[in-house]
Design a protein around this ligand. Structure first.
Ligand SMILES: *Cc1c(COP(=O)(O)O)cnc(C)c1O
Length: 367
């Protein structure tokens, strides 16, 4: 059981789909790949002829860097809310691609205020883009993506969205957000598939206007789009990981069965089960319930001399449960992923194991 915010626990059907040799240029595989991309566009509520889903080999950061390089011109400036570790990573990717970054300070325990965004945009006319993290996996806060995109639209600017730990569970209907150039995510989080590609759902008009921006061949989404238009969706410029695509296709079948809302409801119930269990142990979640998102729960480390994150992780591992052996909060904490092919009853079992481990470590807390 992977209690981490990605790569997540997968359904056996998803793992079985990978158990084959596949030639990427095989006609059957190409058709499957094209269908997967079309289903992703529909899931994003992208409009036919206006939006496309573009796959890029590698992890989520590769997709984010490609989107920044493709849609933000070299002379461009980006406003990035500093929501946590992933907001900072977005800023680093932009800076290392030599795009100017204007950071917007945000309290780690609060949602981004759309009015702050509007104000920052009004103060600097040379900012062309806003790039933000929808679900900040570092803290567990889910931001109001629709309000932030609307603020960018109101100010006549473009938006780029890191929807990595959001896509598939938290909606952002692109048919209602023409200001969004691109939404980037990986299949190994809320789509419950596996790592190996990132996917960007992007506007075709922006891709066509972005030729030459990227100063990179492998990370140029406009070059990728031109290739797919010419040779067909389902083809690749460079070798793709076909087993990852096969797994994603199976995962999309399961997603269709459950529905996006069903998935979000299950994740919320997973999170609530863990949140209540932690309170029951006398532990304190890092976020108030009203801002706690359904993706990842951070819990302050017990204020007890016997606490040791490494031992806690190892003892949980012996009980068949993997949690992160690091944390991204300022104060020591441990983090629990609430996503993947897991249910509230799995979470309840996990909570019992955590109670056992705390007990074995000699940690007893007042409730
Ligand atoms: C997982 C994640 C990423 C990408 O991580 P990779 O390790 O590059 O796949 C980026 N942003 C957020 C918010 C994430 O949760």
């Amino acid at each position: 059981m992977l209690l981490v915010p990605g790569p997540v626990s997968t359904h056996p059907i998803v793992r079985e789909a990978m158990n084959q040799d596949i030639a990427p240029w095989d006609r059957g595989f190409r058709a499957l790949y094209a269908r997967v991309l079309e289903r992703i566009r529909l899931l994003a509520r992208g409009v036919e002829g206006v939006h496309v889903a573009l796959p890029l080999q590698g992890c989520g950061h590769f997709g984010l860097e490609a989107a920044l390089r493709t849609f933000v011109p070299l002379s461009g400036k980006i406003l990035i809310p500093m929501t946590g570790v992933y907001g900072e990573r977005l800023a680093r990717l932009a800076r290392e691609s030599r795009r100017a970054v204007v950071p917007l300070e945000v309290q780690p325990s609060r949602r981004i205020d759309a009015a702050d965004l509007t104000r920052a945009l009004a103060e600097d006319e040379s900012i062309g883009h806003v790039a933000f993290v929808y679900s900040e996996t570092g803290t567990g806060i889910v931001h109001d993506a629709r309000a932030l995109c609307a603020a960018a639209r109101g100010a006549g600017r473009r938006a780029l969205v890191d929807a990595m730990s959001a896509f598939g569970a938290l909606p952002l209907p692109l048919d209602e957000h023409p200001e969004v150039d691109a939404v980037v995510f990986t299949p190994n989080k809320c789509l419950e598939a596996i790592a190996g590609i990132s996917i960007t759902v992007a506007r075709i008009d922006r891709l066509e206007a972005s030729e030459g921006n990227a100063e990179s061949w492998s990370l140029d989404l406009s070059d990728l789009y031109r290739h797919l238009k010419r040779f067909g969706f389902g083809t690749s410029r460079f070798t793709p990981p076909p087993q990852v695509v096969a797994a994603l296709s199976a995962a999309l079948d399961l997603h269709t069965e459950e529905g996006q809302e069903g998935r979000l409801t299950r994740y919320r119930a997973n999170m609530e089960t863990l949140y209540d269990a932690m309170l029951g142990f006398g532990l304190t979640p890092c976020l108030e319930r009203r801002v706690q998102g359904p993706i990842v729960l951070n819990v302050y480390a017990p204020a007890h001399p016997a606490w040791n994150l490494g031992i806690f992780v190892d003892m949980l591992r012996d009980r068949g449960m993997t949690i992160s052996d690091f944390f991204y909060t300022r104060e020591p904490s441990f983090r629990l992923g609430c996503i993947g092919a897991l249910t509230p009853s799995d979470m309840a079992r996990a909570a019992i194991a955590m109670g056992d481990v705390l007990h074995s470590m000699g940690i007893r807390l007042p409730r």
